[in-house]
Each structure stands twice: as structure tokens, then as C-alpha cells.
Design a protein around this ligand. Structure first.
Ligand code: PAF
Length: 282
């Protein structure tokens, strides 16, 4: 595995590879890799000649009161995991190379899609994501880019951006990877106390119950929402940020369920904010 810090060096290698007819699969991450990231890398490994994974804790997607400074980092373990999963190039750009002095350009998907769900409590988050992903796409020059369904809103926003701005890259969405008790894998799970860790799977359980209700014929978004809220509230110590039932592509709210729907939840366990979701075709 080739570890690269310089964007100039990276661009030289990937451009040569593309000129030789090789395909590039790209897995952008913020590091502290877990099985969820590895599932993206494994899929990229199967579908491409060259796999590039980036590790960059992107400051612009953290709101000022968020966990940028304490975000978990473990470069040594990340390198071992990437090498054993078959990554060809591990790209570790520096903050100075991504946002040099005088940096002033941002990419933003306007409107509802970035204002609802996580956008309500994280108003600058998606602008940071679309900006850094745009920059990384320009550096890595991928044919395919892999993202996890766990960040369903991120996926919808990035698909919108790629379509609107005619990026020549296909977004590949991979299923959520879960712990044995259903908790969606996330680097932020490492913040949970043992007690919070036993409570957190309530998010997944409440989504499974919603799925069951829909399979049994429930079509009211309000009833599904209430049921999820009741289940999470019953835990006592989880503070719900949102429970939303929306169109999976546009993220518009719906009253009566039809088509591809996304049921998404966010809740805080102590200071740790976790998200989860389920996508259902009705
Ligand atoms: O999903 C993430 O880890 C980040 O939002 C991403 C896509 C790497 C951009 O910083």
C-alpha cells in the first residue's frame, strides 16, 4: 500500500493509471476505520483496478460546538486495516493542503435537502461535506465513489451535487453494517459509556418495529413516527433530535407512505449524537 500525503503526487499517480485504462474506486473517510468502512473498501476492491481511501477529518463539516478536536483518530490501526483490506493508495491530505491560507470557495446544495433532518441541528455540516468531497473528487479522479447508507442524507445530498454539477463519477451506496445487537457501526460509538452502549441499539429496534408495522399495512407517517419516538423515549436517557419519515431521494416529508421511503432517526446519548435509518419500498 502506497501512503500519500501530497495531492500533486496523488494526482500524478491516478492520472497515469486512468491513462493506462485502469479504473479507480474511491472510499473517502474520516478515519478511525471500522467494519462499516471496510465493507466499502471491500466492495471497491471487487469493482476497480485501483482502490484509493482518503483519511481526512474535515474541519468544515463540524459546527463550532462539535467534536472536531476530540474526533477519534488512530492512524496506525487505520493503515493496518487499509493494507489488509487491499487498499492500493492511502491518501492522508493535510488540512493546509485542502484549505490553504486564503481559501474562499464552497460547494453547497441549496434548499430543503440540506436543511431538514441533520441539517436542522448541523446547519453548516453538508456545505462542509459537499466542499471537501468535491475537492477530493478532483484530486482522486475516481470512476466510482463508495458511501455508506448509514449517512442517508449525506448520500442524497452528494447524489444531488454529482447530478447538478455533472461530475463524471458514480456514487455507490453500501448497506449499513451493524454490531451483533443491531447498533449501526460508527466511529462515534467509541464515545459511549458502557451503559449508553447497551441503550443505543434502541434506535435500530425502533426502526425494525416501524418496518414491521409497515409490512402489516400501516401507512400513516405520523403513527410510525410516534411509535418510534415512544420506543426511544422509553429508554429514559436518550434525547431525540429527530424522527423523520421522508421520500428517500428528495427527503421531502410525507403524510401517507408510498414509494421509496427513508425513516431516519438521530438521538443523543449523553453528549454522543447517533444516527440510524431504514429504507423501505412501499
Ligand atoms: O462520511 C464521512 O466520513 C465524511 O462525511 C466524508 C464523506 C469522508 C467527507 O468528509
Amino acid at each position: 500500500m502506497n501512503i500519500i500525503i501530497s495531492k500533486v503526487e496523488l494526482r500524478r499517480i491516478v492520472k497515469n493509471a486512468r491513462n493506462d485504462g485502469k479504473t479507480i474506486g474511491f472510499v473517502p473517510t474520516m478515519g478511525f476505520l471500522h467494519d462499516g468502512h471496510l465493507s466499502l473498501i471491500q466492495r471497491a476492491r471487487k469493482e476497480n483496478d485501483i482502490v484509493v481511501t482518503s483519511i481526512f477529518v474535515n474541519p468544515t463539516q463540524f459546527d463550532p460546538n462539535e467534536d472536531l478536536d476530540t474526533y477519534p483518530r488512530d492512524m496506525e490501526s487505520d493503515c493496518e486495516l487499509m493494507a489488509s483490506a487491499g487498499v492500493d493508495i492511502a491518501f492522508f491530505p493535510t488540512a493546509e493542503s485542502i484549505y490553504p491560507h486564503g481559501y474562499a470557495t464552497y460547494v453547497q446544495v441549496e434548499g430543503n435537502m440540506t436543511q431538514v433532518l441533520c441539517g436542522r441541528s448541523r446547519p453548516t455540516h453538508f456545505k462542509g461535506v459537499t466542499t471537501v468531497v468535491t475537492k477530493l473528487f478532483h484530486m482522486v479522479f475516481p470512476n466510482l465513489a463508495y458511501f455508506g447508507q448509514k449517512d442517508a442524507q449525506q448520500v442524497a445530498v452528494l447524489k444531488q451535487m454529482v447530478g447538478d454539477l455533472d461530475f463524471d463519477v458514480k456514487i455507490v451506496v453500501c448497506p449499513i453494517v451493524r454490531e451483533g445487537d443491531g447498533l449501526a457501526m460508527s466511529s462515534r460509538n467509541s464515545y459511549l459509556t458502557p451503559e449508553q452502549r447497551t441503550q443505543a441499539p434502541v434506535l435500530h429496534r425502533s426502526l425494525c418495529k416501524a418496518k414491521e408495522m409497515i409490512a402489516n399495512g400501516e401507512r400513516s407517517a405520523a403513527i410510525i413516527k410516534q411509535n418510534i419516538e415512544k420506543k426511544i423515549d422509553a429508554i429514559g436517557s436518550a434525547a431525540i433530535d429527530y424522527v423523520a419519515v421522508v421520500n428517500a431521494h428528495t427527503l421531502e416529508t410525507m403524510e401517507s407512505l408510498k414509494g421509496e421511503i427513508l425513516i431516519a432517526v438521530a438521538a443523543k446519548f449523553g453528549d454522543t449524537r447517533l444516527i440510524d435509518n431504514i429504507q423501505i419500498e412501499v
